[in-house]
Design a binder for this molecule. Structure first.
Ligand code: 5RP
Length: 232
C-alpha cells in the first residue's frame, strides 16, 4: 500500500531554487551584494537577474559565479574597490544550530571567506540535507600550498583524521588561487571556532573550510513545508 503525501515531495534542486528565490528578500535596492558559489547560489544568481536594474552589482567569490553574474548583465566589482557589503549570500555543505558551517565543496572557500568577512550579514541558503547537529560528516575542505601537502596530511592523521588531495581528471584540482584542496574525513568538530583557529595556524594552510569566525547570521533552510528562517 502506498500513501500519497499531502504536498508533492520537492526534489533537492527544487528546494535549492526555493531558497535561492527567498534570499531576494535580503537584497536592498542600490546595494552591492556579496555572492557565494555553488549550485544553490546559482539559483540565487538566476533569481537576482530579475532585479538586476535595481542593484548596483556584486562582489563575487569565484570565477564561476563571476561568469554567471556577468552572463546575466550584473556588474561584478573587485573586492578592493568597494567598502563594507550589507549582505553576503552563500550556500554551505553543512550548517549547525549555532550558524557554524563547513564550506568549500566547490573549492571556493578562500574567496568565500574573504567576501563573507567584508559583509555585515551572512545569509546562508541551504536545503535541509545540509542541517547537522555537529560539523564533520561532510569531508572538510582545506585549501593548501602544494609544498605543504604531505606534512599537513600527517598533521590531520595525528588528529585521527584522513586527508586526501582533491583530484580533477586524475590530477590535483587547482583552485582559483592556484593552490590545492585537501578533503578531510573522520572529524567531529565540537568546537568550530577553536578548530578553525588551530588549523589556520598550521604553516601551508591557506584557508580551512570551517566558517565559525565568519558564521551565518541567518539560514534560509529549504524544507518540504517551505522555507524555514533561522536566525543565530
Ligand atoms: C563552494 C561552497 C558551496 O557553498 C557549498 O559547496 C554548497 O554547494 P551547493 O549549493 O552546490 O550544495 O562552499 O565552495
Amino acid at each position: 500500500m502506498s500513501t500519497t503525501p499531502a504536498t508533492p515531495v520537492m526534489s533537492q534542486d527544487e528546494l535549492k531554487a526555493l531558497v535561492g528565490r527567498a534570499a531576494l528578500d535580503y537584497v536592498e535596492p542600490g546595494q552591492i551584494i556579496g555572492v557565494g558559489t555553488g549550485s544553490t547560489v546559482n539559483c540565487f544568481i538566476d533569481a537576482l537577474a530579475g532585479m538586476r536594474e535595481r542593484i548596483a552589482g556584486a562582489v563575487s567569490s569565484s570565477e564561476a559565479s563571476t561568469q554567471r553574474l556577468r552572463a546575466h548583465g550584473i556588474p561584478v566589482f573587485d573586492a578592493n574597490d568597494v567598502g563594507d557589503l550589507a549582505v553576503y549570500i552563500d550556500g554551505a555543505d553543512e550548517i549547525d544550530p549555532r550558524g557554524y558551517m563547513i564550506k568549500g565543496g566547490g573549492a571556493a572557500l578562500t574567496r568565500e571567506k574573504i567576501v563573507a568577512a567584508q559583509a555585515r550579514r551572512f545569509v546562508c541558503i541551504a536545503d535541509q540535507s545540509k542541517w547537522v547537529g555537529t560539523l564533520g560528516r561532510f569531508p572538510l575542505p582545506v585549501e593548501v600550498i602544494p609544498m605543504a601537502t604531505q606534512r599537513l596530511i600527517r598533521q590531520f592523521a595525528a588528529l585521527g583524521a584522513q586527508a586526501r588531495v582533491r583530484l580533477r581528471d586524475g590530477a590535483p584540482l587547482v583552485t582559483d588561487n592556484g593552490q590545492h584542496i585537501l578533503d578531510v574525513t573522520g572529524l567531529q568538530i565540537s568546537d568550530p571556532p577553536a578548530f578553525e583557529s588551530m588549523v589556520n595556524d598550521w604553516p601551508g594552510v591557506v584557508t580551512v573550510g570551517v566558517f565559525a569566525h565568519q558564521r551565518a547570521h541567518v539560514c534560509l533552510l529549504g524544507t518540504p513545508e517551505g522555507v524555514r528562517t533561522i536566525t543565530f
